[in-house]
Design a protein around this ligand. Structure first.
Ligand code: TXA
Ligand code: MG
Length: 349
């Protein structure tokens, strides 16, 4: 199959590409499209066959449910049995935006979309291309991140092309994603709202509106609330070690680990903050990527996945990554870094 890539001008949502994408979705085909978080791989959420194709194309495990994307609140009514009070308030405050809510599902949603769960994850994206595409199609759109399973989520159309070329009919190119990490997943189907995946809407943002909010952590041997939590994500090909904690001691520890790896003859890459780049560059690593400043976690969030993908093209043996403070958006960044490192952490107090 030939994969068409169409650039969409943000000023012109009437574009031919949007029309073509909407028609493909209505015909049960897949379309990759930009959102403010990451690129999504969309299909008609009410069409079980179309959604099955998403799993095939991504190589995604069947029990990992999809997020259903809407372009207005009316669309949500047909997808859920009820709107808990916390969900109403979050929708008013954070939609459209990088928040996904897990709600009691209605019978309209095929079981294949929700991995057999009694809940459905719903998101109203703010990206103008996503909104225009869904509105034009007039149907809710199931969309996981548009990467092959196990790769970092795509934050540029080029990432999608590298993963899915020849496997889907259309990619809409809306430029780089501004948030760069997947949406916050908030479970509002139980008594206390629980964050299943940290993202662009932070725990602090949510707690301010809702009061106490739990943060779900995956414990050994327990069934995860969100099936996606148990899979190893965003894993670069090279082994990655994440350095977390006291900034003053971080650089010394990274330098020491670097020297050891070099002595073993390894090809070593470094992902670091702007503030450390000059000093780490002195080590002459095989690859160095600056994520952003520690003052601007949104920059680090937006560049992390692109940095991980670049590492894969460098045939590295080892990646040393500098962590950031786990506050606000920093918590979501560190969540993804920990996963990419497969939990190999060096903690510095
Ligand atoms: O930002 C995003 O959310 C992007 C863009 C495309 O919108 N989408 C995305 O989808 O990241 P995906 O499929 O890569 O991640 C969906 C996550 C998974 O961890 C999945 O387990 C969880 O949401 N999820 C989906 N439905 C759920 C449900 N009913 N209950 C609990 N977790 C659910
Ligand atoms: Mg994903």
């Amino acid at each position: 199959m030939e994969t068409k890539l169409i650039k969409i001008d943000r000023q012109n949502m009437d574009a031919e590409g949007i029309r073509e994408g909407a028609e493909l979705l209505r015909a049960g085909r897949l379309v990759a499209f930009p959102t403010e978080t990451v690129y999504g791989l969309g299909a008609n959420a009410l069409d079980a066959e179309a959604c099955a194709e998403i799993y095939r194309v991504k190589g995604r495990p069947q029990d990992n449910p999809l997020i259903v994307h809407v372009a207005d609140l009316k669309m949500v009514d047909s997808l859920v049995r009820e709107w808990p009070e916390a969900a109403r308030r979050c929708a008013e405050k954070f939609w459209p935006g990088p928040l996904t809510m897990v709600l009691p599902k209605s019978s309209a949603i095929p079981a294949s979309v929700t991995g057999g769960l009694d809940t459905v994850a719903v998101r109203f994206p703010s990206h103008p291309v996503a909104a225009a595409l869904i509105r034009r199609a007039g149907i809710p759109v199931a969309a996981p991140s548009a990467n092959l399973s196990g790769k970092p989520s795509p934050t540029m159309a080029e990432h999608v092309r590298l993963d899915l070329d020849g496997k889907i009919p259309l990619i809409l190119d809306g430029g780089p994603c501004t948030v760069g990490l997947e949406s916050t997943v908030l479970d509002v189907s139980g008594e206390v709202p629980a964050i299943l995946r940290p993202g662009g809407v932070t725990q602090e943002n949510l707690a301010e509106l809702l009061g106490p909010v739990e943060v779900a952590r995956l414990r050994e041997g327990e069934k995860p609330k969100s099936p996606g939590m148990k899979y190893r994500h965003y894993a670069p090909q090279a082994r990655m070690i994440l350095f977390r904690g006291n900034r003053a001691r971080l650089l010394a520890a990274m330098t020491e680990r670097f020297a050891r790896a070099r002595a073993e003859g390894l090809r070593v890459g470094i992902l670091c903050l702007e503030e450390s780049a000059a000093e780490l560059r002195e080590l002459d690593p095989d690859f160095l990527f600056v994520l952003g400043s520690f003052d601007r976690p949104q920059e680090v969030a937006a560049r992390l996945f692109a940095g991980l993908r670049l590492c894969d093209r460098q045939r590295l043996d080892l990646i040393l990554t500098e962590g950031i403070e786990e506050e606000g958006l920093g918590a979501a960044v560190m969540n993804r870094m920990v996963k990419a490192a497969g939990h190999q952490l060096v903690e510095l107090n």
